[in-house]
Design a protein around this ligand. Structure first.
Ligand code: UDP
Length: 587
């Protein structure tokens, strides 16, 4: 595919200081000695021109590659939209692995298990994260037919995956992240729930328990539920559902692990049930996928979609600008699929059938700041629904337009959309809300749909670099209120929040809230509001103070179920010394 040459008049991008470090360390191309030889401008042009070049494939295209390359460049360098890290790292380099999310099957035989270990290694090497369901593996101590011995169970194999991951640094740039899921009705469930109770254990995995509605009903009624042998479906044991739920809550209280996912709900939203059942998500939980499926993500920076009202009043979301960005971003992400080269033919085939993309948002907290809306308010929750409904509707309309130009996703006829005569769409899913751990640093915005962790803080970027940072909207607001001083900023950096600073104006303290200032229920309400209009799932952590009780976590897990979330992750302040992925550490 021929790429458009960089125009001489192309403007230089403006890059924030943190982004400079992150981009140089992980995204700009380097020579054999590790010396960066690509400028940031060249980086963004490399990506823009490679993704736009795919346009030439389509006769019916309404866009010209050269014009589109410039549009994509402007889209990214205005930080209105950024594609997921593997696209930024690899597009146009000949590497071609551009997706962040993969799910691999783990079938119940030694050959299949070790195939999965190998395939995961190949994906990690190419910059993607992998999710697995271990639910098909026979229970520990059950018979192995071919040898007459006993099986060692899902957990023993999970340790092998963990160990393999440890050895393969992703593309030499970031370490592999994994999700491990076990259904709650697997005989080894109690051991799995406790798998990460020792600090540092399985540190390349996030673990989630796959909860079923049958199980949740048993918890509600305080009844027993069945554990079943995965290979025969035979009931091997009965457990009290509340005891299992209690253990789950206890372990999440101790360390944040495991999280939970609601498998039935995820499968109710499976757009192509004829192609199989969804058993796992990607590492951070936002992308449920079929076995061998991959998905590329991209995030719109909502902080850039703000319209100041006349005379400074009636500020609003800039809906026209948001619509423009959504349509361009959907085209971008659909082209990414064509530009991708996947490490396995099974993946190429699955992605080719469904063409899933995951367009999401970041900078949500920044938008709320600009609109003077507190994150922990019903106004914010209502706006979240409005914004995400708009995102979903416009993304689907963009996908429909692409289908008219390029044809629907090949599995469309057998999809829920095809059966209901909706569409046709170019993509089986269009929306996902990612954590945007690194993208938010590059974009200089708040991450995903999270509130700020701190208004001002010292950020550890990757290995050794320390950066002091405060939210730009907060700084401006302080200055406008005549409250800004370097001494005050120092004080705030120590605690992160202004909640207790009663000398500051009430309105500032109302709007500039941080994750820890917010009652857990607001975290959950926000997640549910975004989930309502998201095809895939929402990455969100319900942050809890160190003083939170087990009952608080029980309540959150239960409400996540009632509110229609697809899963939930909690984190109690101070309960873990290291995490698989920490916002901001760039891993
Ligand atoms: N991911 C990964 N390793 C990492 C960070 C992310 O494999 O160190 C994958 C994982 O599937 C995760 C997804 O990328 O769920 C999106 O994460 P995030 O939005 O934080 O990535 P970014 O594009 O900002 O780097």
């Amino acid at each position: 595919m021929s790429k458009t040459k960089m125009p001489a008049s192309l403007p230089d991008p403006i890059i924030n200081e943190n982004a400079k470090i992150v981009l140089a360390r992980r995204y700009q191309k380097k020579d054999a000695e590790g010396i960066v030889y690509e400028t940031v401008k060249e980086l963004f042009w490399r990506v823009a021109s490679a993704i736009a070049a795919e346009e030439a494939k389509y006769d019916g295209s309404s866009c010209k590659p050269a014009t589109l390359a410039r549009d994509f460049y402007d889209l990214m360098t205005s930080y209105s939209f950024l594609p997921n890290s593997p696209t930024l790292m690899n597009a146009g380099t000949g590497l071609g692995q551009l997706a962040a999310c993969f799910v691999l099957p783990v079938a119940d035989s030694i050959e299949d298990i070790f195939d999965a270990v190998k395939h995961a290694a190949m994906i990690h090497k190419s910059g993607g994260g992998t999710g697995f369901s271990f639910s098909r593996l026979r229970a520990k101590d059950s018979v192995v037919g071919s040898t007459g011995g006993v099986a060692s169970g899902p957990l023993s194999f999970l340790r092998i995956f963990n160990c393999a991951t440890e050895q393969i640094k992703q593309g030499g740039t970031r370490r592999g992240a994994n999700m491990g899921i076990l259904r709650v009705d697997h005989p080894d469930i109690m051991e799995f729930i406790k798998a990460k109770e020792r600090d540092g254990e399985l540190n390349n995995f996030n673990l989630s328990i796959g909860l079923t509605e049958a199980f949740m009903r048993a918890v509600e009624k305080n009844e027993e539920f069945d554990l079943m042998a995965p290979n025969s479906g035979q009931v091997v044991e009965k457990l009290n559902a509340r005891e299992v739920f209690n253990l789950l809550v206890q372990k999440a209280w101790e360390s944040g692990d495991p999280g939970i996912v609601f498998l039935d709900r995820i499968n109710r939203d499976n757009p192509t049930p004829a192609l199989g059942e969804i058993e796992s998500t990607n590492p951070c939980g936002e992308q449920p996928l079929l076995p061998y499926e991959a998905c590329n993500l991209g995030s719109i920076n909502l902080g850039k979609c703000y319209a100041k009202g006349k005379n400074g009043h009636d500020s609003e979301v800039n809906w026209d600008e948001l619509r423009r960005i959504i349509h361009l971003s959907v085209r971008f992400l659909d082209n990414v699929i064509d530009a991708s080269v996947y490490p396995l033919s099974e993946i190429t085939e699955m992605v080719g059938k469904n063409r899933k993309i995951g367009l999401g948002v970041m900078g949500w907290a920044d938008l709320l700041f600009q609109l003077d809306i507190a994150y922990n308010s019903q106004t914010a929750v209502d706006l979240a629904e409005r914004v995400m409904k708009f995102m979903r509707d416009e993304a689907r309309s963009a996908s429909k337009q692409l289908a008219a130009e390029r044809g629907p996703f090949p599995a469309y006829a057998e999809s829920v959309f095809g059966k209901a005569n909706l569409g046709p769409y170019r993509n089986a899913t269009t929306t996902t809300i990612a954590p945007t751990g690194t993208l938010s640093i590059i974009g200089g915005c708040s991450s995903g749909v999270e509130p700020l962790f701190a208004l001002s803080f010292v950020r550890n970027v990757m290995d050794n670099d320390k950066l002091v940072e405060s939210n730009p909207f907060f700084e401006t607001a302080l200055k406008q209120a005549d409250a800004y001083s370097p001494k005050l900023m120092e004080e705030i950096a120590k605690v992160g929040t202004i909640r207790k600073m009663e000398h500051l104006p009430h309105d500032l303290r109302r709007v500039y809230v941080t994750a820890m200032d917010i009652e857990p229920i607001w975290h959950l309400k926000m997640q549910a509001a975004f989930q309502k209009y998201t095809d895939n799932a929402v990455s969100k952590t319900v942050n809890l103070p160190g003083s939170a009780t087990r009952e608080d976590i029980w309540d959150i897990y239960w409400k996540a179920y009632e509110y229609g979330c697809k899963g939930v992750t909690v984190y109690r302040d101070g309960s873990k010394t290291s995490q698989v992925l920490c916002t901001g550490d760039g891993d």
